[in-house]
Design a protein around this ligand. Structure first.
Ligand code: FDM
Ligand code: MG
Length: 214
C-alpha cells in the first residue's frame, strides 16, 4: 500500500501570508510529483460555513459559544474526508485549523470562554503531523495593508490572538504536536523555502510517526 499523506497545517495572524504560502507549497509539492489537496477553514461553502460567513461579515449576531461550536463543527463535517484523503496518499495542506479555532474565540475576552474550554471540541479531530506558524510583527502586518472589514480584524484582537497562539503552542507541544515557528516577515521566496524544507522533512518522517493520530 502507498505511504499515507501528511496533514500539514499553516497558521498565523491576518496578513502573515498564509494563503499565498499554501499556494506556493501546493505547487512545489505537485511539481515534485506528490499528490496534494488544499483546504481552508472556515470552509464558507457548507451550510455551517454560510452561517460562519454571515457572522464574520457582521450580518448576524451569535453567542460566543455558539459561533465557536460552529467553527468546530465546520472541521468535524470534513474530518472523515481528510482521513480518507490522507489514507489514499494525499498530502493535505490546511489553511487555519483547531489552533485558530481555540485562540480566536478565547481572545474575545468572554470570561466564560477560556482557552481550555475552547480547545475541547477539537479533541478527536485528525491531528496535524506538522503545524507551521507564520510569525509576523504588528509593524510588518500594518505595512502590508491595514485591516479588512471583518469581525476580529482589529488591533486589540490581533494582539490578544498572538499571545494566545503562543500560550496554546506551549500546551500542545507538551502533547507532542509538532509546531514550527516560521519568520514570515521575510520575502515570499525565503519563507516558501523554509516551509518546503519543513514539509519535506515531515513527509520523510511519516514512517516513524506512524498512522494519522487524533
Ligand atoms: N477563525 C477561523 C475563528 O475564529 N475560528 C476558527 O476556527 C477559524 C478556522 O475566522 F479572523 C477566524 C480567524 C479569522 C476569521 O478566517 C476568518 P480567514 O482565514 O481570514 O478567512
Ligand atoms: Mg481574514
Amino acid at each position: 500500500m502507498a505511504q499515507r499523506g501528511a496533514l500539514v497545517v499553516v497558521e498565523g495572524l491576518d496578513r502573515a501570508g498564509k494563503s499565498s504560502q499554501c499556494e506556493l507549497l501546493r505547487k512545489s509539492l505537485e511539481e515534485s510529483g506528490m499528490p496534494v489537496k488544499y483546504i481552508r477553514f472556515p470552509d464558507r461553502t457548507t451550510a455551517i460555513g454560510k452561517m460562519i460567513d454571515e457572522y464574520l461579515r457582521g450580518q448576524s449576531q451569535l453567542d460566543d459559544h455558539a459561533i465557536h461550536l460552529l467553527f468546530a463543527s465546520n472541521r468535524w463535517e470534513v474530518a472523515r474526508s481528510i482521513e480518507q484523503d490522507i489514507a489514499r496518499g494525499y498530502n493535505v495542506i490546511v489553511d487555519r485549523y483547531s489552533y485558530s479555532g481555540a485562540v480566536y474565540s478565547a481572545a474575545k475576552g468572554n470570561p466564560n470562554l477560556s482557552l481550555e474550554w475552547a480547545w475541547l471540541p477539537e479533541i478527536g479531530l485528525p491531528r496535524p503531523d506538522l503545524c507551521l506558524f507564520l510569525q509576523i510583527s504588528p509593524d510588518e502586518a500594518a505595512k502590508r495593508g491595514g485591516f479588512g472589514g471583518e469581525r476580529y480584524e482589529n488591533q486589540a484582537m490581533q494582539t490578544r490572538v498572538r499571545e494566545l497562539f503562543h500560550a496554546l503552542f506551549k500546551v500542545v507541544r507538551g502533547g507532542h504536536d509538532d509546531v514550527q515557528i516560521i519568520d514570515a516577515g521575510r520575502s515570499l521566496d525565503e519563507v516558501a523555502n523554509d516551509i518546503r524544507d519543513a514539509v519535506r522533512g515531515c513527509i520523510e518522517r511519516l514512517d516513524a510517526i506512524g498512522p494519522l493520530r487524533k
